[in-house]
Design a protein around this ligand. Structure first.
Ligand code: FES
Length: 370
């Protein structure tokens, strides 16, 4: 098996996370550009794996439902022998390796001040690719799991600190989007930052951690669709004015509405994380040829290559669908990819690597080693 390109039938490889946030990765990538063939890529990856101290085995020590409808479960993870875990900052996530080999990313939603454990929460999503179902049905207290991280693709830029021009924070969470937001709220509270929060969702029965939010009193507004109807962007930003940093996590429609509303507000900064793939921008239709079967797949202008590949090969590995985890990496045998990811180095691209969850082709055809 080639280490960069797993055999098509295999489960996802371990992940590196975002290249620009990993100093070792950046350094090695720079060295790799000096001389790179397939062997160079393989050896570089092996060195990275050998030096990668982020992969850790943890034990599940607590598991319970955190929403009334019981469709959200929280897991507490500790080192098997106890002891401290690597520190993390609000907005960080773990890559969780599931028993099937699937890798899924879950935001840390516990207390960043507690370095004895990590906490994640997972909503059951029927038909959502299987990861959440596996967490709900197969993971139990006492099981051990492999994780990588924590890594942070949604950092909390604390108003008033580290050169932030903002003076207050406003948080917006939609449903399970509360997970990265909850530690941000705790940190804002501890640091004495002025903040407010709107928590949206279908109904009070479906949104997790309602009981935990009670400690924050009227800083938090719960706004559910069954009581108030679908919110507009403005509905989610009450009282937001100049000098506010908005931190938003939730479904695509919600984050898009908030982004549109923030654009109308002067001197308001938006930091957001969305659940699913971003929409395709300026895409052109193209074709994919699966080299091992000869199958031809048409990729429309408004769909990703990964989406169309999944229709033919449902077991194709993927995780983030946003071009930073590398899980979906494939080898291009022919054609000119339009690379839109943030993970691959120039050398890896030159060697044929492509992430079809975001990357595509500017017309024509790509032949993939699938
Ligand atoms: S699924 Fe994460 S990079 Fe493609």
């Amino acid at each position: 098996m080639n280490a960069l390109f797993p055999a098509p039938t295999e489960v996802p490889p371990a992940l590196y996370g975002k290249r620009e946030r990993d100093i070792l990765m950046r350094t090695m990538a720079g060295l790799a550009t000096l001389r790179l063939g397939w062997a160079g890529l393989v050896h570089r990856r092996e060195r990275l794996l050998a030096a990668d101290d982020l992969r850790t085995q943890l034990t599940i020590t607590d598991r319970h439902s955190v929403a009334h409808d019981t469709d959200v479960v929280s897991l507490t993870l500790r080192a098997p022998e106890g002891g401290e875990l690597p520190r993390w900052f609000p907005g960080a996530h773990l890559d969780l390796e599931l028993p099937s080999g699937r890798v899924r990313q879950y935001s840390l939603c516990g207390d960043p001040g507690d370095i004895a454990c990590y906490r994640i929460a997972v909503r059951r999503i029927p038909g959502g690719g299987g990861g959440s179902i596996e967490v709900h049905e197969d993971l139990r207290v006492g099981d051990t799991v492999w994780v990588r991280g924590p890594r942070n693709a949604f950092p909390f830029v604390v108003p008033g600190y580290d050169g932030s021009p903002s003076t207050r924070a406003h948080f917006v969470a939609g449903g399970i989007g509360i997970t990265p937001i909850l530690p941000m709220m705790r940190m804002a509270q501890r640091l004495g930052v002025e903040w407010t929060m709107v928590y949206a969702g279908r109904s009070r029965d479906t949104i997790p951690f309602l009981a935990e939010l009670e400690e924050f009193g009227d800083r938090v507004t719960v706004r559910t669709d069954d009581e108030f109807g679908l919110p507009t962007g403005a509905d989610l930003l009450p009282g937001v004015g100049p000098g506010t940093a908005v931190f938003c996590c939730g479904p695509v429609a919600m984050t898009d509405n908030v982004a549109a509303a923030v654009r109308q507000l002067p001197d308001v900064a938006l930091h957001s994380e969305r659940f699913s793939a971003p929409p395709v921008v300026d895409g052109k239709p193209f074709q994919i040829e699966l080299a091992r079967t000869g199958a031809i797949i048409d990729v429309p202008a408004d769909r990703t290559a990964l989406e169309t590949i999944l229709e033919t090969r449902p077991a194709t590995p993927y995780s983030c669908r946003q071009g930073f985890c590398r899980t979906c990496v494939v080898r291009v045998l022919d054609g000119d990819p339009d690379h839109r990811d943030t993970a691959l180095t120039d050398a890896e691209r030159a060697a044929g690597a492509m992430l079809p969850c975001v990357s595509r082709c500017d017309g024509g055809r790509l032949v993939l080693d699938l």
